[in-house]
Design a protein around this ligand. Structure first.
Ligand code: NDP
Ligand code: MG
Length: 381
């Protein structure tokens, strides 16, 4: 089951599925509104279960005649939840941008499905509750995000007590080599171009501010049960080493592959088997270098703020994530300048009292409040 099939992760997942028809079968797909693209995917892969979050798109799809007869079309969040629990699905891959995938992810867990998680925002919002649900139901959580999938590979067979820290690599994004003074003139068109990866617009902007790395550090803390100080980041412009794991004896293991999401997606979907990948592996007969640099947190305030929310715990990471989503969407729509993004996040964090949530409802209410606060601040940026 693939939720977010029309996006960048969705497309890469379809390439992996197409390359392994003997091992993987696509039983359902969902997206927000792009029903035309979904219809093409359903046709190409013989998929009979299709979901559209957007109700108008759902109605348009129903009336379009573009889906084969006998196709089960579902709409809205309830439709996504229904798909996540489809009896035919063994693995549910959630690649819906933002936090909309939370309830479908929880539904998949409660139905005992193996959950492959690309949407990092879900664990940042509700890591405590998602991990608890997975533990209680005995469900496996497979990381799809390249750095987390890399950590997962490096940790296999190693007891948790032997981990000193993990180091996630960051390319530094689109403006890594720009002088700081020039950042005030960044346009949405500049920010959606990534030097190494082809990804959706929100995550590409997050890569340039390093909010993406901040979200990933928080995600890693939940996935691997680490303390905040054990989750660190380093700049690595080539995006070939995806993580380093340092063990308590000082040895480090790293995971390397070209910067294409087909590698981690295939690993997650076919783990533990390793059939040939979709793309050519690294060619070590060609000259290339691997550089590592410390991250300058003055230049990337959103990484500093993310680390502060990890230390603070409670609902602080959820506030960070919600404010960042609002700020990035407003930037992409031309409502606020690029450099307003960290200010919106900082203002929202300072405006809402932190607490340790006893129930998911408390986190969801804080998420909604943070979005309100961030939206209200937009006109002041
Ligand atoms: P894209 O913007 O390319 O695609 C987003 C997908 O989510 C589309 O299929 C979109 O449908 C769907 N979608 C958006 N909102 C909803 C909704 N409310 N209900 C159902 N479907 C929805 O994003 P990416 O593929 O880049 O990223 C997806 C997730 O994976 C993000 O959380 C991102 O952080 C994470 N990720 C992405 C990586 C990458 O390489 N792209 C790497 C690691 C993690 P529609 O087309 O109809 O709008
Ligand atoms: Mg990543």
């Amino acid at each position: 089951m693939l939720l977010g099939a029309t996006g960048s992760i969705g497309e890469n997942t379809l390439r992996v599925i197409a390359a392994h028809p003997d091992k993987l079968e696509l039983v359902g797909v969902a997206a927000r509104s792009n029903w035309e693209k979904l219809a093409g995917i359903a046709r190409d892969f013989g998929v009979r279960h299709v979901g559209l979050y957007d109700e108008n798109a759902y109605l348009a799809a129903r009336n379009s005649g573009a889906f084969a007869s006998g196709t089960m079309l579902v709409g809205g969040l309830s439709g996504l939840i229904e798909l996540a629990q489809l009896p035919e699905a063994d693995i549910v891959l959630v690649a819906v941008v933002g936090t909309t995938g939370l309830e479908p992810a929880l539904a998949a867990i409660s139905a005992g499905k193996c959950l492959a998680l690309a949407s990092k925002e879900i664990l940042v919002l509700a890591g405590k509750f998602v991990m608890q649900a997975a533990r209680e139901r005995g469900v496996r959580l497979l990381p799809v995000d390249s750095e987390h999938n890399a950590v997962f590979q490096c940790l296999e067979g190693h007891p948790a007590a032997g981990i000193a820290r993990i180091v996630l690599t960051a390319s530094g994004g689109a403006f890594r080599d720009w002088p700081a003074e020039k950042l005030s003139s960044v346009t949405p068109a500049d920010a959606v171009k990534h030097p190494n990866w082809a990804m959706g617009p929100k995550i590409t902007v997050d890569s340039s501010t390093l909010a993406n790395k901040g979200l990933e550090l928080i995600e890693a803390q939940w996935l691997f049960g680490l303390r905040p100080e054990q989750c660190t980041a380093v700049l690595h412009p080539q995006s070939i080493v995806h993580c380093l794991v340092e063990f308590t004896d000082g040895a480090m293991l790293a995971q390397l592959c070209p910067p294409s999401m087909t590698f981690p997606i295939q690993h997650a979907l076919l783990h533990p088997s390793r059939p040939p990948g979709v793309e050519t592996p690294l060619d070590l007969t060609r000259l290339f270098s691997l550089e590592f640099r410390p991250v300058d947190e003055h230049r990337y305030p959103l990484l500093r703020l993310a680390k502060a929310t990890m230390e603070a715990g409670g609902v602080a990471p959820a506030i960070y994530n919600a404010a960042n989503e609002i700020a990035v969407a407003a930037f992409l729509e031309g409502q606020v300048p690029y450099l307003a993004i960290p200010h919106i996040v900082e203002h929202t964090l300072a405006s809402i009292r932190n607490f340790e949530p006893a129930e998911l409802a408390g986190v969801l209410a804080t998420d909604a409040r943070a979005r309100q606060v961030a939206r209200a601040f937009l006109s002041r940026c």
